[in-house]
Ligand binder design. Sequence first.
Ligand SMILES: C[S@@+](CC[C@H](N)C(=O)[O-])C[C@H]1O[C@@H](n2cnc3c(N)ncnc32)[C@H](O)[C@@H]1O
Length: 395
Amino acid sequence: MVKEMANERFDNAKRNKNDEFYTQLVDIEKELKYYKEYFKDKIVFCNCDDPYESNFFKYFAMNFNYLGLKKLICTSFDDSPIAYTHLSLFPEIKEKQFPNNNRKAYKIEINEVDDYNGDGAIDLSDVEYLLKNKNNVLTLLKGNGDFRSNECIELLKQADIIVTNPPFSLFGEYLSQLIEFNKKFIIIGNVNAISYKETFKLIKENKLWIGQSIHSGDREFRVPDYYPLEAAGYRVDDNGVKYIRVKGVRWFTNVDFSERHEDLQLYKMYNADDNPMYCNYDAINVDKTVEIPCNYYGKIGVPITFLDKYNPDQFEIVALGIVGSIDFTSDRRMEILDKFGNPTGKFTINAKGTLYKKYNPSVDKKPPAFKDCETGELYSSIYARIIIRRKQNEN
Ligand SMILES: C[S@@+](CC[C@H](N)C(=O)[O-])C[C@H]1O[C@@H](n2cnc3c(N)ncnc32)[C@H](O)[C@@H]1O
């Protein structure tokens, strides 16, 4: 049964076009510069990465000596739509073993990168060049290169750190596996992953945090040729290669860097009008992270993007303020209002389990979302919040 479910998920993942976003070298460089010291003498594993196509492979191969790596391992995935066909590199394999020109998963292990001779002629990430050194090997995998397969898990066990952009549709499962094997990691994902129960638990326990280089905006990813480009923000370069801009991208890591220990500078004083208490949870509301009051020491509900500025020495994370995650204190029966504030004839107990506060027409830009059936009072619902509390008292 479990196996069936795993296969089903695997099939879905293969069909999910959002799994095929390829990270640009510049974005990898911008993030990894914060962890330079960490990599010395480490075994790096990129387990969703065709060495011929992945910029993670390229980055680590080119910086192998600069970072002082011990070893670099990359594994590709069967039928990766962007993968090049390299059967010529495997003379023992007969083409007929791969009907329809299917691409077979393989792994590369780099143990040594010869020093650049300085004439600019050799690209240090060039696979054929790297393979001239007998300490580096390219081998076919027995299975399909699934990061959950036994042979990939054996490689994972050897590794000190995993660095990649895993398939978006399998992010939760991918992260759980890294935690299960107690691995260090630096991976790319979507900001929405913060509110997955498992991810948030790790963030709360300070076992996972947001990386340093992406805190807003969107990033450009390469996509396969078949990718439908009706979406906004796509580009085709002079070689016909397609790119798409993706919003809400973040790095997720458990490797520390000094910048995350810098205090968020706060200037605003607490004021009950700007920071009303929720009606169903003992915390005040703050709409923008920069507006966290500097003189309030109770619980505070802040937008999820607070995590981009989160210093674990300054604040503790108390809870994720969304349905199912915290115990709400109210059980009012309320009518749900539409986006113009008009009655809908639909009712809810406790605002469907979201945080809510009294509607204040002088400050609230949006119409109220709920009306108390007994008293007629109006309430505003509050989008997903993280509940935080200051760690130290400042005078
Ligand atoms: C988001 S892409 C990123 C590729 C590469 N890491 C990069 O950043 O350029 C995810 C890659 O994982 C591969 N993949 C999908 N499911 C996988 C699985 N179960 N195990 C390993 N790789 C998988 C996809 O084919 C795709 O190449």
